[in-house]
Design a binder for this molecule. Structure first.
Ligand SMILES: [Zn+2]
Length: 167
């Protein structure tokens, strides 16, 4: 996790203790320490999260300081934090794009997997776990490379159609 911005001071804030820290060298600071450094830790303490993740509301508005999670949920550098894998991919100079949630059919791997499953079903039953594993690997290998490449090249077209008719 990269450094954030301390809203109290406006300076960069590491979320890890320094390597020469006497008790927690290099450890993640945790919610309480981060909120303390922001100057928002109340003297009587703060609960980690509201019961069942349902934060307190007054007059229909969420209370900004009801729990640690609510406080940490709102700063812009936290809300703009990307997953570590995505940050790594971007740091290598690549684009990181995700398929829309619940639409795995847009991923060519699903089509490849479907073709392998069809072969598996047609090939008949197996009696042992080892035979099943061997048969599964054979079915995966049996899908011609040309067919897999076709799935790869059609996949962006399916995505294009998906996004074109989304509204
Ligand atoms: Zn809360």
């Amino acid at each position: 996790m990269h450094d954030g911005i301390n809203p109290l001071t406006g300076t960069p804030q590491s979320f890890y203790f320094p390597e020469d820290h006497p008790l927690y060298p290099g450890w993640f600071k945790g919610m309480e320490q981060i909120i303390r450094e922001w100057g928002l830790w109340p003297t009587n303490g703060l609960r980690c999260k509201c019961p069942r993740f349902k934060c307190l509301q007054r007059k229909g508005q969420l209370q900004p300081n009801c729990c640690c999670r609510r406080i940490l949920f709102t700063p812009p550098d936290f809300t703009s934090q990307r997953p570590q894998l995505q940050e790594f991919i971007k740091s290598c100079g690549h684009l990181c794009d995700y398929y829309p949630k619940y639409h795995c059919e847009l991923n060519f791997i699903e089509q490849y997997w479907g073709a392998a499953k069809l072969r598996y079903r047609v090939a008949g039953r197996t009696r042992t776990l080892n035979a099943m594993e061997k048969k599964m690997l054979e079915c995966l290998d049996d899908v011609p490379l040309e067919q897999i490449r076709r799935y790869v090249s059609y996949s962006p077209f399916f995505s294009f159609l998906f996004f074109s008719f989304q509204d």
